[in-house]
Design a binder for this molecule. Sequence first.
Ligand SMILES: Nc1ncnc2c1ncn2[C@@H]1O[C@H](COP(=O)(O)OP(=O)(O)OP(=O)(O)O)[C@@H](O)[C@H]1O
Ligand SMILES: [Mg+2]
Length: 225
Amino acid sequence: MRNLEKVYGEGETTVNALQNINFSVKRGEFMLIVGSSGSGKTTLLNMIGLLDRPTSGHVIIDGVDTSTLNDNQLSAFRNSKLGFIFQFSNLLPDLTVLENVILPRKIQGTVEGAEEEAKSLLKTVGLESQFNKFANKISGGQAQRVAITRSLINKPAIVLADEPTGSLDSISAETTVQLLKSLNRKLNQTFIIVTHERPQFGEVDKIITVKDGRIIEGELEANLV
Ligand SMILES: Nc1ncnc2c1ncn2[C@@H]1O[C@H](COP(=O)(O)OP(=O)(O)OP(=O)(O)O)[C@@H](O)[C@H]1O
Ligand SMILES: [Mg+2]
């Protein structure tokens, strides 16, 4: 992230949601973004995830300055490089567990082998007996594990998660954290996670604290390579 700034709204209702954001993450790192409510964490995650463009500054991923991409290129880039886990699992209720997981591959047009890969990933997260259940017939903790699996099916270089344990009880939250950390080690994917539950995550590679749209702890200086 290089000199990121995000301004919402116009005129008197302007919100400077992010200012002077500079940091870098290496492949395979497990990073947390923390900070109080309204500090700019989701806004930052949306910038990193290319879900929204910064007002100014650059998001550079794998050497590509994404500000140079048009909207179509940006979507394709996002599809191939990034996986998302939202606070609520956002599964499609009328699809089965397996169908939900395969969906990103259908969108990407790369269904070949997807079912086998989905089944193997679902086994990793302990859902081998749930393949054919509808997504509205499983528990919240199971749904979150399905959402994690879905975020990984495109083999993203970077997995982004906004409060992945926020809607879970402490036992399911603990299981989810252990799962994310073991996937991070096994798959060498980068994880960037927004959380209010910093202690749940134990030891991590990097933590950035955001306050009033600025980084107040973590990496403060521009990394002008
Ligand atoms: N779409 C939007 N339009 C205008 N202002 C917004 C918009 N989204 C967020 N904001 C404002 O930007 C600031 C940062 O919001 P953001 O959602 O990033 O906070 P957050 O750190 O994720 O908070 P929380 O922990 O409550 O989820 C807040 O002041 C918020 O009101
Ligand atoms: Mg938020």
